[in-house]
Design a binder for this molecule. Structure first.
Ligand SMILES: *Cc1c(COP(=O)(O)O)cnc(C)c1O
Length: 339
C-alpha cells in the first residue's frame, strides 16, 4: 500500500531509532529528563522564544496554548476549517470554556481586514475577543502558507486591540522551506507556537509548545491536569531532536512529490479542481455526481490510500516514507483510473 492519508504515518528511520535507543532519560514530570530538557531548549531557540514544553500531541499543544492565553467566556478568532475548531473534538469549549468566531479566509489564510471586522466591541453583550489563532501551513486550505510579512500585519492588529496570538504550526517547517524565512523570527509575533514532530519531520510521537516563559510555566500545570506529563519521555524526545536536526531540509522533496502528483491529477477527467499545491498537501475535488467514497475504494483496490476531505474532496499528503518510484506508481494509478 502507498499511504498518502497523512504525513503522520511515517515510521522512525534507523538513524532516529539509534538516537532513541541511546537517549539519556529521567523522570520528566520531576523535570529530570536531560533529553527532553535539551529538546525543549533547542525548540525554544529554533523558534525564537523563551521556553518550550514537550507534549504527546499537537492537539494537546494547541489546547494548552489556547488555555494559557485566555479566560472562560472569551472568544477565539480562527479560520472555519482550523484544526483547533474542526479536529480537536470540541476541546476548546470544554477545556477552556471559549467560543469561536469562524472566519472564511483565503484558503484559510486570514486577512487583516477580516480579522478587524470580527473583533467584538467592548460591550457586555458580546464575548470578549481574546485570541487570534492562525495555522501555518493551512491543512484545510491545501497546505498553503503565510509569509512573515503577512504575519507581521496580523501581529500589529493583535497589538492594537490587545489580543493574544497562537500559531498552530503543525507544518510550520513546510512553510519555511518554501519562503526561505527563519524560524527564529517567528517567536516575536506569537504568544504561543505549536509545532508537530510527528508530521513531515518523521518522529513517531510528539509536539512542542513554545512561547514566553510565563505561558510555558502555566502550560506545565495544564499539561499535568490533561494527563500529558510523561516520565522517561527522553526516548521520544531523542526522536524529536533527531527530527529537528535532520529532517527539515528534506521537506523540499515532499513538496516536489506533491507537485508531481498534482500534474498527474490535472489530466484526469473525473477531477474538477485541484487546489493550488504549495507544500506537501494535495486536495482535489471530483466532478459533479462523483462521490469520494467510491473513488477512495477504487484507489485502495489499486494500492493507494487517501482520506476524504468533504463530500467530493480527497486529500493526499506526501512524506518521507513514499519513494519517488511510489509516486510514479501513484501517478499511473490516477491517470489510468476508470470511474
Ligand atoms: C496534525 C495536526 C495537528 C495536531 O494533531 P495531533 O494528531 O494531535 O498531533 C494540529 N494542527 C494541524 C493543522 C494538524 O494538521
Amino acid at each position: 500500500m502507498i499511504d498518502l492519508r497523512s504525513d503522520t504515518v511515517t515510521k522512525p528511520s534507523l538513524g532516529m531509532l539509534d538516537a532513541m535507543m541511546s537517549a539519556k532519560v529521567g523522570d520528566d514530570v520531576f523535570n529530570e529528563d536531560p533529553t527532553v530538557i535539551e529538546l525543549e531548549q533547542y525548540a525554544a531557540q529554533l523558534l525564537g522564544t523563551d521556553a518550550a514544553i514537550f507534549c504527546p500531541s499537537g492537539t494537546m499543544t494547541n489546547q494548552i496554548g489556547i488555555n494559557v492565553l485566555s479566560n472562560p467566556y472569551e472568544e477565539v478568532l480562527c479560520y472555519k476549517g482550523a484544526h483547533i475548531y474542526k479536529y480537536e473534538g470540541g476541546g476548546v469549549a470544554g477545556t477552556s470554556g471559549l467560543s469561536f468566531r469562524l472566519l472564511e479566509g483565503d484558503r484559510g489564510r486570514l486577512s487583516c481586514e477580516e480579522i478587524v471586522n470580527n473583533i467584538n466591541p467592548d460591550d457586555i453583550h458580546f464575548p470578549k475577543t481574546s485570541i487570534i489563532e492562525i495555522e501555518n501551513t493551512v491543512n484545510k486550505g491545501g497546505g498553503c502558507y503565510y509569509t512573515l510579512s503577512e504575519i507581521e500585519g496580523i501581529f500589529k492588529i493583535a497589538n492594537e486591540y490587545n489580543l493574544k496570538m497562537h500559531l498552530d504550526g503543525a507544518r510550520l517547517f513546510n512553510a519555511l522551506i518554501e519562503t526561505g524565512e527563519n524560524s527564529e523570527d517567528y517567536g516575536q509575533y506569537f504568544d504561543t507556537i505549536s509545532i508537530c514532530l510527528s508530521k513531515g519531520l518523521g518522529a513517531p510521537v510528539g509536539s512542542l509548545l513554545a512561547g514566553k516563559k510565563e505561558y510555558i510555566n502555566k502550560a506545565r500545570r495544564v499539561r499535568k491536569f490533561l494527563g500529558g506529563g510523561m516520565r522517561q519521555a527522553g526516548y521520544l524526545g531523542a526522536a524529536g531532536l533527531y527530527a529537528l536536526k535532520n529532517n527539515i531540509d528534506r521537506l523540499k522533496e515532499d513538496h516536489r512529490k506533491a507537485q508531481r502528483l498534482a500534474s498527474a491529477l490535472s489530466v484526469c477527467d473525473y477531477i474538477e479542481e485541484i487546489y493550488p499545491v504549495e507544500t506537501n498537501i494535495v486536495i482535489f475535488r471530483l466532478g459533479s455526481g462523483l462521490y469520494t467514497e467510491v473513488v477512495l475504494e477504487k484507489l485502495k483496490a489499486k494500492g493507494v490510500l487517501a482520506v476524504p476531505f468533504g463530500k467530493s474532496e480527497v486529500r493526499l499528503v506526501t512524506h518521507m516514507d513514499v519513494s519517488e518510484s511510489q509516486i510514479d506508481e501513484c501517478c499511473e494509478v490516477f491517470t489510468s483510473l476508470k470511474i
